[in-house]
Design a protein around this ligand. Structure first.
Ligand code: ADP
Ligand code: ZN
Length: 664
């Protein structure tokens, strides 16, 4: 028996469901790529025809396709192959991948979005490029044939990388019906970028990120699928949408951590973007002042073309970076800003300039401790201390992993003593208090994800900073990214060592990138920028590299270290996280997995199992393992069949993380 010739395999956009066979009724012509609605369970679902049906089922057991959505072009073969590949590579369900391509329910219902379909090419008003920029732009433009290529646009902060790729975008817009996708990290923070785009191009791009309303998303999706949306700017999830005629992807700040999706389907948007460009055969541009070690290595290997912009535009020069050796500071208890930094902040404000203070810690203090009995406040559901928050509401202690929070008590719950609780260490709110104490007249604002909660507030702070309504902006890593403030003279890094602790594979690389990017905010126009790094580790290679400005020496040393340890990009990693409410089941499963692998493949190296650094998260116990393999090993297949070979109790969940970035 063979399946019916009118039977089709249809993939549903669902994490749980994969693909099912359905029948096309008389008169409905279906082919691979068509978007359809099918009955599913008690209701209906969208789906995409993937090919001919395979299942042999008794008549009557198979349901009929309900509708074929002819108003949208079919999903092309290259995009279907990309989805297949991405599901395979990331060890994810194909349905989960398709959900990112079809993230809306009612595709026919009219959406709400304003699209400029008629782009007036002659109204595009680009900035004339400098010679060095023009040279980079010409090189980029030589790549704009419809063929796969990867270019790493590596230029110092403020060198005009954005202006250069705007030039490329303008050229691609000249190609009929072409579509362009620009990926930005933290799209919610990109007000300045959007304003710049509109002023140069005379129209607004379609914006895609998780904060967009459903009606707007629907409209944007329709415009993307029909090709009306010529330029789309988005966060990582914009990558999987069904562009009708995608011709170029730009990944700005390609090194950025937030391109790795850690929840649900785990994938790295930069890597998937390169894959999509390869499947659909078009050029991709990776942009950064601090390229990831992976991209840097690929360009050194000649796999990517490297274009560099080594100097800042016009009279702007790179900021001076100073070390503040905190071992020599005598700060009074509860104070964290060195004398020199205080002085420089005051000076900047006196001259009418602006300043930033960076500390990658939300809240007021990272830990509360009883001075009498030593009690520390811990989250009941996570292996984490509770963080003291003071702003706006009455003080509370909160878990940054699960959101658990309690009012901050004045009596120690362990020893019953009153007024013995002590806030240890600084968070951004505490810096606000300190700055206000020595500069009561300064206008100070704090930018951190929890004090904001939504994109508008952040945009407001950025606008206020731009309008010089703020003198000093204190913030977490959100202030490091991409902003351009003309009068920003001083940047203070309160704890430059913070990211170096923990010994994570990428700790040095990340710290370097973050602090370098942050320094790059200073002195972007006429004022010379000054950066102060407060550190207790002045001899650390990262701190030394930041001070000396020898980025490539640092990257080369990092690469050698990775090579010696046979770590990525010289090998491949995959992490396994075993989670569950019953500790003994979690341990048993982890051990079973470990012994199943060691007997199976001698080419792999297994680390663990061991309790995860975040041993408990939201009430679940967690164990981790990591597999290291040579580059040429088919890791996804091995991981999948390995995990499938072990019987898992229903209370235990196993997560696979290919190319892990986080080791918590
Ligand atoms: P990057 O993306 O490398 O950080 P930008 O493209 O943001 O650099 O450029 C930094 C600043 O210099 C911006 O304000 C930009 O408008 C300006 N700029 C860059 N190139 C030029 C140019 N050729 N002419 C005028 N202004 C420029
Ligand atoms: Zn918690």
């Amino acid at each position: 028996m063979k399946p019916d010739s009118n039977q089709f395999e249809i993939v549903l956009p669902s994490i749980l469901a994969q693909a099912f066979d359905y029948l096309a009724l008389e008169g409905m012509e279906l082919s691979a790529g068509d978007i359809v609605t099918v009955p599913f369970g008690k209701s209906e679902s969208l789906g995409v025809v993937w090919g001919k049906g395979k299942a042999v089922l008794p008549a009557g057991k198979i349901k009929n396709v309900k509708t074929k959505h002819t108003e949208f072009p079919p999903i092309s073969e290259s995009v279907r192959k990309f989805i297949d590949w991405a599901a395979w590579y990331n060890c994810a369900a194909k349905g989960a991948m398709l959900k990112m391509l079809l993230p809306i329910d009612d595709i026919e219902k009219q959406g709400r979005v304003h699209i400029n379909t008629q782009i007036e090419i002659n109204k595009i008003n680009l900035t004339p490029l400098s010679e060095i920029q023009q040279n980079a732009a010409d090189n980029l433009n030589a790549k704009l044939v419809k063929r796969f290529s990867v270019t790493l646009l590596d230029g110092v902060t403020g060198s005009g990388k954005t202006e250069v790729y705007f030039d490329t975008i303008a050229r691609v817009l000249n190609i009929q019906n072409s579509q362009i996708l620009i990926l930005l990290p933290e799209i919610g923070l990109s007000v300045q970028w959007l304003e710049r785009f509109e002023s140069r191009f005379g129209f607004a791009p379609v914006v895609w990120h998780s904060g967009v309303t459903p009606a707007k998303k629907r409209g944007s999706w329709q415009a993307i699928a029909t090709g009306q949306a010529r330029v789309v700017v988005g966060a990582r999830s914009a990558l999987f949408l069904p562009y009708k005629n995608l011709s170029l992807i730009v990944v700005d700040e390609e090194h950025d951590n937030s391109y790795k999706q850690e929840e649900g389907v785990m994938y790295h948007a930069r890597d998937m973007a390169v894959a999509r460009a390869r499947f659909e055969n078009f050029p991709i541009i990776l942009v950064s002042a601090t390229p990831s070690l992976e991209s840097y290595y690929n360009s050194k290997q000649g796999k990517y073309t490297e274009l560099s912009l080594p100097i800042r535009h016009a009279e702007a020069v790179m900021p001076d970076i100073h070390l503040v050796n905190m071992r020599n500071e005598n700060l009074t208890s509860g104070h964290f800003i060195s004398n020199i930094l205080r002085e420089k902040l005051a000076q900047a404000i006196a001259y009418g300039h602006q300043a930033m203070l960076f500390l990658n810690r939300r809240g007021y203090a990272p830990l509360m401790l009883c001075r009498k009995c030593g009690h520390r406040f811990q989250c009941p559901d996570c292996s984490a201390w509770l963080v003291l928050h003071k702003s706006k509401h009455s003080p509370k202690l909160a878990c940054h992993h699960c959101g658990y929070n309690i009012p901050s008590p004045d009596t120690c719950p362990a020893c019953g003593e009153k007024d013995t609780l002590h806030a240890c260490g600084p968070g951004v709110e505490r810096l606000l208090e300190e700055v206000t104490e020595f500069m009561p007249q300064a206008r100070v604002a704090v930018m951190a994800s929890d004090s904001m909660g939504n994109y508008n507030d952040m945009s407001q702070i950025i606008a206020d900073m731009g309008a010089k309504k703020i003198d000093i902006l204190i913030g977490t890593q959100m202030i490091a990214k991409g902003h351009h403030f003309a009068d920003l003279a001083v940047v203070g890094v309160v704890d430059a060592d913070l990211g170096l602790a923990g010994g994570d594979l990428r700790a040095s690389e990340r710290t370097y990138q973050l602090l370098h990017q942050l320094s790059g905010r200073a002195g972007r126009e006429a004022i010379r920028g000054q950066v102060f790094l407060q550190s207790y580790l002045p001899e650390h290679p990262v701190i030394k590299a930041l001070i000396s400005g020898e980025r490539d020496t640092f990257l080369a040393a990092e690469l050698t270290a990775r090579q010696n340890a046979a770590m990525p990009p010289f090998s491949r990693l995959a992490a396994v996280i075993v989670e569950g409410e019953k500790e003994e089941d979690v341990i048993k499963t982890a051990n079973q997995l470990a012994s199943a692998l060691s007997t199976k493949n001698s080419k792999l190296h297994l680390y663990g199992p061991a309790p995860a650094p975040l041993f408990m998260l939201r009430g679940k116990y967690r164990y981790r393992m990591m597999v290291k393999a040579e580059r040429n090993v088919n890791l996804p297949d091995i991981m999948r069949s390995w995990v499938d070979s072990v019987k898992t109790p229903s209370s235990v969940r196993i997560k696979l993380d290919i190319d892990p970035q986080s080791f918590l």
